[in-house]
Design a protein around this ligand. Structure first.
Ligand SMILES: Cc1cc2nc3c(=O)[nH]c(=O)nc-3n(C[C@H](O)[C@H](O)[C@H](O)COP(=O)(O)O)c2cc1C
Length: 372
C-alpha cells in the first residue's frame, strides 16, 4: 500500500472532523433523482460505487426551493418529505466509509423555465445570461430574497436531519449566489446591489442562515463549506480582484473550507492576459486561514500529488470519478496502471453510470475524453 502518498494522508477540518484522505468526489449533477426531487435507487447505486475510496463525497447540487431547480432529475432539499431519501443517500455514502456533504443551491436565472413554477425564473435583476436562448429573469422582491435566505437555512436543517456530515453552499458556476455577487446579473439599486460590499450581502446572509441552522440543530462538527468561481467572462463581470475581496470575507466566516471551482487546476485568467493560476492566487491569499479545495482536469495519481505539493490540502475529482469509480482504491492497492482516464463505450454498466447521465455525457462534444 502506497501510504507515503500525500493524497492518502488524513486531514482534520477545523470543526474537528477527520477526513480519511485528501480526495473528494467533486459535486456532479447526475440527473438521476425522481421528478419530485426524491433520491432514486439508481442514484444510490451510482454513489455507492464511488464512495468506497474517497475521504469525502460532495453530492450533486440540491435545490433549496422549487424555483431554484436547475436541472431535470435534480435532488430536492426543499420539503421535509425529501428527508428519508436524503437519509438513504447519506447512509449509502457512510456505509462505504466516506464523509457525506450535500451541496445546496438555487439556480436563479440559469434554471430552465419549464422546471420552475409558472415558468418564471428569478435572479438578482432582470438581466438574462449571455447565452443563446437565455430568458430574462424577474428581479427578486425583498420578500423573495428573505425567503430564499431562510430556505438555505431550512435546507441545512434537512441535511442535518438526514445524517449528512455537512453542506456545501454552491456559490459558483453562475448560479444564484454567484448571480448576486456578479455585477453582470446584479444591477440592484437597493442594499443588495451596487457596491462590492452590497453584492456580497446575499451570499453572506446565506452563510449566516446555514450556520444558524447548524448551531440550532447539530453539533459544531457539522461541516459548512463554500464554493466559488474566481471570474466571469462577461463585462461587467466578476474580476479576480472582486473574488479576492470575497474570499477575504469568507475567511473570517468560520467556514470549514473554500472550494475553488475551475475546469483546470492551473487555469489562468479568463478575463485578461494573465496565466497565474487562479487557484494559487486564492491559496496564497487565504490558504493560511481556511483550507482551500482544488479541482480541475487532474486525472492521474501523479497529477494529484503534484497539485497537493502546491500547498492545496484537498483535491476534488469530478469526471475522473465517473470514468474510474475505484480511483482511490486502485491507488491504495498500487494498481495505478489500470486507472482509466478515458470513458470507454460499452462500460456503462460496469462503471454504474445510469441513464440519463450516460447519454448526457455523450451529448456534449469534448466534455469527456471518449474512447471507442
Ligand atoms: C456531469 C457533471 C456535473 C457537474 N455538476 C456540478 C454540480 O452539481 N455542482 C458543482 O458545483 N459543479 C458541478 N460540476 C463541476 C465539477 O464539480 C468539477 O468542478 C468539474 O467537472 C472540473 O473537475 P474535473 O476536471 O475533475 O471533472 C459538474 C461536472 C460534471 C462533469
Amino acid at each position: 500500500m502506497s501510504t507515503n502518498l500525500k493524497m492518502l494522508q488524513p486531514y482534520t477540518l477545523s470543526s474537528g472532523v477527520e477526513l480519511k484522505n485528501r480526495i473528494m468526489l467533486a459535486p456532479m449533477t447526475n440527473f438521476l433523482s425522481n421528478d419530485d426531487g426524491t433520491v432514486s435507487d439508481k442514484e444510490l447505486a451510482y454513489y455507492k460505487e464511488r464512495s468506497g475510496g474517497v475521504g469525502t463525497v460532495i453530492t450533486a447540487c440540491a435545490n433549496v426551493l422549487t424555483h431554484g431547480k436547475g436541472f431535470a432529475g435534480e435532488i430536492g432539499v426543499y420539503r421535509d418529505e425529501q428527508i428519508p431519501g436524503l437519509k438513504k443517500l447519506a447512509d449509502t455514502i457512510h456505509a462505504e466509509g466516506a464523509k457525506a456533504i450535500l451541496q445546496i443551491f438555487h439556480g436563479g436565472r440559469m434554471c430552465p423555465p419549464e422546471l420552475v413554477p409558472n415558468e418564471e425564473i428569478l435572479s438578482a435583476s432582470a438581466i438574462p445570461a449571455e447565452r443563446e436562448g437565455s430568458k430574462t429573469p424577474r428581479a427578486m422582491t425583498e420578500q423573495e430574497i428573505q425567503d430564499t435566505i431562510v430556505a438555505f437555512g431550512e435546507a441545512t436543517r434537512r441535511a442535518i436531519e438526514a445524517g449528512f456530515d455537512g453542506i456545501e453552499l454552491h456559490g459558483a458556476n453562475t448560479y444564484l449566489l454567484q448571480q448576486f455577487f456578479s455585477p453582470h446579473s446584479n444591477r440592484r439599486e437597493d442594499g443588495w446591489g451596487g457596491s462590492l460590499e452590497n453584492r456580497m450581502k446575499f451570499p453572506l446572509a446565506v452563510i449566516e442562515a446555514a450556520q444558524a441552522a447548524v448551531k440550532k440543530h447539530a453539533d459544531e462538527s457539522f461541516i459548512v463549506g463554500y464554493r466559488v468561481s474566481p471570474e466571469e467572462r462577461e463585462n461587467p463581470g466578476i474580476t479576480m480582484d472582486d473574488t479576492l475581496q470575497l474570499v477575504d470575507e469568507l475567511a473570517t466566516r468560520n467556514l470549514d473550507y473554500v472550494h475553488v471551482s475551475l475546469s483546470d487546476f492551473y487555469q489562468g485568467s479568463m478575463r485578461e492576459d494573465d496565466t497565474t493560476p487562479r487557484m494559487e492566487l486564492i491559496k496564497d491569499r487565504i490558504g493560511h486561514l481556511v483550507p482551500v479545495i482544488g479541482v480541475g482536469s487532474l486525472h492521474t495519481p501523479d497529477e494529484v500529488e503534484k497539485a497537493l505539493e502546491t500547498g492545496v490540502p484537498l483535491i476534488a475529482l469530478g469526471r475522473e470519478m465517473i470514468m474510474e469509480p475505484r480511483w482511490v482504491e486502485k491507488v491504495e492497492n498500487g494498481d495505478t496502471a489500470s486507472i482509466r482516464t478515458t470513458l470507454q463505450i460499452g462500460t456503462q454498466d460496469e462503471l454504474v453510470v445510469p441513464e440519463p447521465l450516460w447519454s448526457t455525457i455523450f451529448s456534449v462534444p469534448g466534455w469527456f475524453p471518449i474512447e471507442d
